[in-house]
Design a protein. Structure first.
Length: 133
């Protein structure tokens, strides 16, 4: 799954900030009930499928660091519902930078499996070969 998003620093940040964004994909494998103000990270009955981080250093106040795209491996999800969790972090030792991060314009798209793309490519080669005869 590809997650494309924009992120940056709030205008009132005061000075340049080092920003980091982490996307995590989870499935429920036990007795966990998602809800408002309930964190899925580290909860009992939940399995982490994949997690990806991206960061930008020295983002000016009010500026965007994106757009950015990360790809999460959901091969272990089967037909289960996947839950996304987004968190911020400071990629350097500059304390407090993560409080100035915003995330916007999030879109999610499936990424074709390599085996499916390979089969389509082979079918195309077969048609091209048949056409030449």
């Amino acid at each position: 799954m590809a997650v494309t998003f924009n992120y940056g620093s709030f205008a009132d940040a005061g000075n340049n900030r080092d920003l980091g964004v982490m996307w995590s994909a989870y499935i429920i494998t036990g007795a966990f009930t998602p809800g408002q103000n309930v964190d899925i990270h580290g909860a009992t009955g939940v399995t982490l499928l994949d997690s990806v981080m991206t960061s930008s250093l020295g983002v000016a106040p009010g500026a965007s660091a994106g757009p950015s795209t990360v790809v999460l491996d959901l091969s272990g999800a089967g037909s289960q519902t996947v839950y996304l969790r987004v968190t911020n972090f400071t990629p350097t030792t500059t304390a407090g930078d993560n409080g100035y991060l915003w995330v916007d314009s999030v879109s999610v798209a499936s990424v074709p499996e390599p085996s499916g793309v390979l089969l389509l490519g082979l079918a195309g080669l077969g048609l091209a070969r048949r056409r030449r005869r």
